[in-house]
Ligand binder design. Structure first.
Ligand code: GLN
Length: 449
């Protein structure tokens, strides 16, 4: 069986390959519910799926929100356009936590289930993208991370999840969560596939002025730095699995050091203030007039009309609108929003100085994959707390990758590696080296040649 994009594109597919692929995928989707749309017309190319907050021309794109149900974009996001032009074939839209609001993948109707065991969640918010990658043998998924939405589900579903330096991949066509934090990234079954796609989708775009054509380096580091505050309090099983991983990496010749970073525990509250402030601004346009699900009854008074239209948001979106609007209101702005921005600046500076010396390494998630009922029983604050390790690199716009490093009770465990801005390529080299001695496991191999 040939692995990897290059091999797949070079190989002849047997007659009826795509028809069978779609049939088998539909069957898996009945059980795992990771796709909101499957492209039955797919006839050629390396299959790629797209998180539902990224626009695909003529395909319903809703960010898994009732508010956008029926929205059919008349254009492709830049990433989709680039893949289309390079021999890739769109296979479907993947489900997510509504608008990207969530860590466990359960904030949407009929949320996806973990392909390793359906009693468990996939993680979120790029829930369906991670599950699809764990199901399909030859495939990559285009996902998005604001504060950990690529790393977390990649860890829980046992795939490679790459989040680039902020601004290297165009966000044109993304249904925004928080513009100063959103990054479009990649999920794949190997570092080399993720790299292949990244090389194709990065680069400036006249439609996204925050996107740059910056040189991307491959500066390897021989030192791995563990930030003690990040691993404090992680689940015991995760801690001992991480020790095992560090032992293996030590044997590969990496030096290991411990550090602490001032204020890193403030990353979570600061991130949630900034992201909710931006999210509440972005969601303000969905009023049912020009944007959002249309309420066609104009006989009502304005308040009733508005309440009905905004009722199409789910509970977590409403919560974020209320908190986000509060933290940026003029009377408290300096106490919350501006303070959070200062914390972000300090964090970027201290992480940058550490990253000059080595990679920052940690488990991706502080917990083992939760079961669906456990996830649904968590309070919002408990759920936000699960982002303690994935938020710092995201808040600082730093490139990072989660790769499968162990299996506990049959469920995958991820390790997170972070490097300096624009040194993204070094992550692929590191994970590629890891893959030489560690075999990823998958229960599904839909579309295997
Ligand atoms: N869990 C984080 C949040 O809810 C991250 C989500 C994301 O990266 N889209 O904000």
């Amino acid at each position: 069986m040939k692995a990897g994009i290059r091999e797949f594109l070079a190989e002849e597919r047997p007659e009826g390959y795509y028809e069978k692929l779609i049939r088998d995928l539909e069957e898996a989707n009945e059980k795992l519910r990771m796709f909101s749309v499957i492209n039955r017309e797919l006839k050629s190319g390396m299959p790629f799926s797209v998180k539902d907050n990224i626009c695909v021309k003529d395909v319903e794109s809703t960010a898994s929100s009732q508010m956008l149900s029926g929205y059919i974009p008349p254009f492709n996001a830049t990433v989709v356009e680039k893949l289309d032009k390079n021999g890739f074939g769109f296979i479907g839209k993947t489900k997510m936590d509504e608008f990207g609001f969530g860590t466990l993948g359960v904030n949407c109707i009929e949320h996806p289930l973990n392909p390793f065991d359906e009693r468990y969640v996939t993680g979120g918010s790029s829930a369906g993208s991670a599950a699809a990658t764990a199901v399909l043998r030859h495939h990559v998924s285009i996902a998005e991370s604001t504060g950990g939405s690529i790393a977390c589900p990649s860890a829980f579903c046992g795939v490679v999840g790459f989040t680039p330096t902020y601004g290297l991949v165009s966000r044109y066509g993304l249904i925004d969560y928080a513009n100063s934090l959103d990054k479009i990234g990649i999920m794949a079954r190997s570092a080399s596939d993720a790299r292949y796609v990244f090389e194709m989708i990065k680069g400036s775009d006249k439609y996204d002025t925050t996107c740059v054509d910056h040189e991307v380096t491959t500066e390897g580091r021989r030192k791995l730095i563990i930030i003690d505050q990040l691993i404090k309090g992680v689940d015991e099983r995760i801690a001992s699995s991480f020790d095992k991983t560090m032992c293996k990496l030590g044997n590969l010749g990496y030096a290991i050091e411990h550090r602490s970073v001032p204020f890193i525990e403030k990353a979570i509250p600061a991130y949630y203030i900034v992201s909710m402030a931006e999210a509440s601004t972005n969601l303000a346009k969905y009023t049912g007039f020009k944007y959002g699900l249309k309420v066609n009854d104009f006989s009502k008074n304005y308040n009733d009309f508005f309440t009905e239209a905004r009722g199409n948001f789910g509970a977590e979106a409403k919560r974020r609108i209320v908190i986000g609007t509060f933290v940026r209101s003029s009377s408290v702005k300096s106490r919350y929003y501006e303070k959070a921005l200062r914390i972000r600046r300090m964090l970027i500076d201290s992480l940058n100085s550490i990253l000059k010396e080595g990679f920052i390494i940690s488990p991706t998630m502080p917990i083992v994959t939760p079961k669906v009922d456990e996830a649904e029983a968590l309070s919002p604050l408990e759920e936000y707390g699960m982002d303690s390790i994935t938020v710092p690199p995201n808040f600082a716009g730093l490139p990072h990758v989660s790769f499968p490093s162990d299996y506990i009770g049959g469920m995958p465990v991820g390790t997170q590696l972070v490097t300096s801005h624009f040194n993204d390529m070094a992550l692929f080299d590191f994970v590629g080296r890891w893959e030489e001695d560690f075999e990823y496991r998958f229960k599904y191999n839909v579309g295997a040649l």
